[in-house]
Design a protein around this ligand. Sequence first.
Ligand code: PLP
Ligand code: COI
Length: 354
Amino acid sequence: MTETLDIKITKTKHSRLNETDFDNLPFGKIFTDHMFVADYADGEWKNLQVVPYGDISFSPAISSLHYGQSFFEGIKAYKHADGQVSVFRPDKNAARFNKSAERLCMPTLPEEIFLQSIAAVIDVDRDWVPAQANHSLYIRPFMFATDRFLGVAPSTTYSYMVLLCPVGPYFSKTLRVKIETHFTRAAEGGMGYAKSSGNYGGSMYPAKKATEEGFDQLIWTDAKDHKYIEEMGAANVMFVLDGTLITPSTRDTILDGVTRDTVLTLAREWGMPVEERRVSIAEIIEGAKNGKLTDAFGAGTAATLAPVGSISHEGEEYFLSDPQTREFSQKMLKALNAIRYGDAPDVHGWNYMV
Ligand code: PLP
Ligand code: COI
């Protein structure tokens, strides 16, 4: 049995819940009343606390600001019809959290601190979990280095925090995406498999250029030859090609997504042929041309399943079918939602009740 951790709880005197417009929840802008904080020093995690959400103060010399020793996770909690709240597969995020920590020379966090910190802050802010369809509570655990030291070396002190945001859908439309063959998100030997903050900072310039060209997202390709598809924006990417669900196999340039794993697991259970392998640009473009590419979508916690409407490559735009008519992703989205919102039996034990 896991021990219950000693988490100090200080509640706010001024809840913002009643002032919050739950019909207007732009992603990541509205925060709940509380947050979780813990400190790492002298080789251990201490001062586990839930405190009122608010600004924090640090030395301007902290090494996360200068050298990017910083990473995060993204998870969602869902409100069931009976009012219960579940968090979707947070054990997977706990494991990935520690993979990121290791890659960045940062301390790992015991799984029980990760899970209980999330449970503790959600418990205090339970009324913030939205009840509307397609809404959820986005959970953002993160860690950053806090030594004030300008030498390039791993910090000896860190902060771990958890923020919560009530959210609606991340993407509101079908995506026009471009296959990026110049810029790179991650290279072999780099840290693409980690959820390090720097990966996202580095993706903004190419994404901005694509937006200026009228695209919504980029499909990242391999750094060496730009011939193979890797991910799509901040999501994994999946295709149905000639009746088979295909997705790039994970490697050190690709984030091993929880949504990706969930979709692959369900698809295999349904008897759908599934291939995790290198996926070439050439075969996807060929499939778009000859009609064998019947589905394409991003898969991620924030993104959920985000349909791709068209794919552009070398100046040519290839249009796919109307997402509403796509058999696989429509069925998958329904199945995923049914499990997450407690409308279908959770036979895999994916829902962590809080
Ligand atoms: N790839 C990247 C780069 C991401 O930022 C995300 C989002 O978390 C994903 C993939 C999808 O991962 P998950 O399904 O665990 O959210
Ligand atoms: C998530 O899906 O949790 C992500 O990391 C996307 C985020 C960068 C908005």
